[in-house]
Design a protein around this ligand. Structure first.
Ligand code: ADP
Ligand code: MG
Length: 434
């Protein structure tokens, strides 16, 4: 539970505050529905109560506590001579291995039909880096285990070949570091750093699309490593051929080695993942509860794990056993919350506002080009953001047929895939919705 609270807190305050106040809190357990937390000094306790009580309660409510309560206890414990103000303001030392998440190992990776090939390829690369497949390109949807698999190779190589240098970097970080290096005139250092590694893991490479300078720099990094027989692993949410505005020379390099995908997991794999996860947290949860959760969340493992954590937190905060009914209750607001977030009317209005049209024009029969695409976009967004079925959406648009809706959705998807301005439009309409 505490880890989940921390995750939430972390998203809402800055790093310095987080290091100063939250890293030293020790969860002591849940007693009578109250979460007990140990703090190093009474001063820290007061401060946290005064400034962060609401945030912590908010986090607990999100985890399903009906009455979010926590208590702070002073537990001097480990040497707290450390001044609570001397929190590290700087990022931790750049030990590349520290960029690897300790949970993301091969042992903790459940192999199913959906990821069998990607897993096998990753194992092969971990056994003989630079020799099996180079580069290894793993692609698949959000939350399906690409990052996990990359880190697993990192851990495994680190254990087998302690002398090898391993660097994990997200494409975003790579880009930011590059920009800083250019600005601060440290390009030599930057190049040195990335060209002297033995295993380079680059996550979410699709984000290089459209970034010419990053592509240029990455191209040279790639060549330097490749020629030196150093291993490169790339991940992406789509295959190289679908990364638009990727320079041809990079695309062809990405295709030199092995391209492998990860698909959404089948039910059995989802259950196995939940089981492993609960064991990892030393929790015993009835099989039927795991199955229930696995049936609710089908396409994203991160959300699947989130649902499990929510059930655990809900049961513990409300002092009840974990049963199927409790799981249903714990998850009910997650799924209904999503449903009630936006109504078709809200979305229709946002689209109308965006295009300067009236809502009745969008709903009506007009075939003018100026209304047809906005109408299709509205259908697309209603499908994406509400639980409405195709026939319901058709009904909403003055009784159109569901095949019209389906066609509209496919059309917008195609447009969005090929035209960044449509993606931008979709984003700004969503921003309007807040
Ligand atoms: P991606 O990078 O594809 O968006 P992640 O690697 O971040 O996804 O995975 C999301 C979460 O799901 C992580 O907590 C990860 O540990 C977990 N996960 C993904 N695939 C598996 C798997 N096959 N077995 C166990 N956990 C998995
Ligand atoms: Mg990832």
């Amino acid at each position: 539970i505490w880890q989940n609270v921390l995750d939430y807190v972390r998203q809402n305050i800055n790093d310095v505050e987080y290091h100063t106040w939250f890293e030293k809190i020790r969860p002591l357990g849940v007693h009578g529905g109250v979460l007990e937390l140990g703090v190093p000094t009474s001063f820290a306790g007061e401060w946290i109560k005064k400034h962060y009580a609401e945030l912590i309660q908010e986090a607990l409510t999100r985890l399903g506590a009906q009455t979010p309560r926590f208590e702070l206890k002073v537990v001097p414990g480990n040497p707290v001579q450390e001044d609570i103000f001397s929190a590290p303001v700087q990022a931790p030392a750049p030990d590349p291995r520290s960029r690897l998440n300790p949970k993301y190992t091969f042992e903790n990776f459940v192999v199913g039909q959906n990821n069998r090939l990607a897993h096998a390829a990753a194992m092969a690369v971990a056994e003989s880096p630079g020799k099996a497949y180079n580069p290894l390109f793993i692609y698949g949807g959000v939350g399906l285990g690409k990052t996990h698999l990359m880190h697993a190779v990192g851990h495994s190589v680190a254990a087998r070949f302690p002398s090898l240098r391993i660097e994990y970097v997200s494409t975003e970080t790579f880009t930011n570091e590059l920009i800083n290096a250019i600005r601060e005139d440290r390009m030599t250092e930057f190049r040195e750093r990335y060209r002297s590694v033995d295993l380079l893991l680059v996550d979410d490479i699709q984000f290089v699309a459209g970034k010419e300078r990053t592509q240029e720099e990455f191209f040279h990094t790639f060549n330097a490593l490749y020629e030196a027989h150093k291993q490169i692993i790339l991940s992406s949410d789509r295959p190289p051929k679908d990364i638009l505005t990727l320079e041809a020379r990079l695309r062809s390099r990405f295709e030199w080695g092995l391209i492998t995908d990860i698909q959404p997991p089948e039910l059995e794999t989802r259950i196995a993942i939940l089981k492993m996860n609960s064991e990892y947290r030393s929790m015993r949860i009835p099989e039927e509860v795991l199955e229930y959760i696995a049936r609710q969340v089908t396409s994203n493992i991160r959300e699947l794990e989130g649902a499990l954590m929510r059930v655990i937190a809900y049961a513990s905060l409300n002092g009840v056993e974990i049963t199927k009914n409790v799981a249903a209750r714990a998850l009910s607001d997650v799924f209904t919350a999503r449903e009630t977030d936006f109504s078709p009317d809200d979305i229709l209005r946002a689209v109308a506002d965006h295009y300067g049209l009236r809502t009745d024009e969008l709903k009506g029969a007009g075939r003018r080009k100026e209304v047809v695409i906005p109408r299709q976009i509205a259908m697309f967004l209603i499908r994406e953001l509400t639980q409405s079925s195709l026939p319901e959406i058709g009904q909403f648009f003055d009784g159109r047929d569901h095949t019209t809706v389906l066609y509209a959705i496919q059309k917008v998807q195609e447009l969005a895939d090929s035209d960044p301005s449509i993606q931008q439009t979709l984003r700004s309409i969503k921003e309007r919705l807040g």
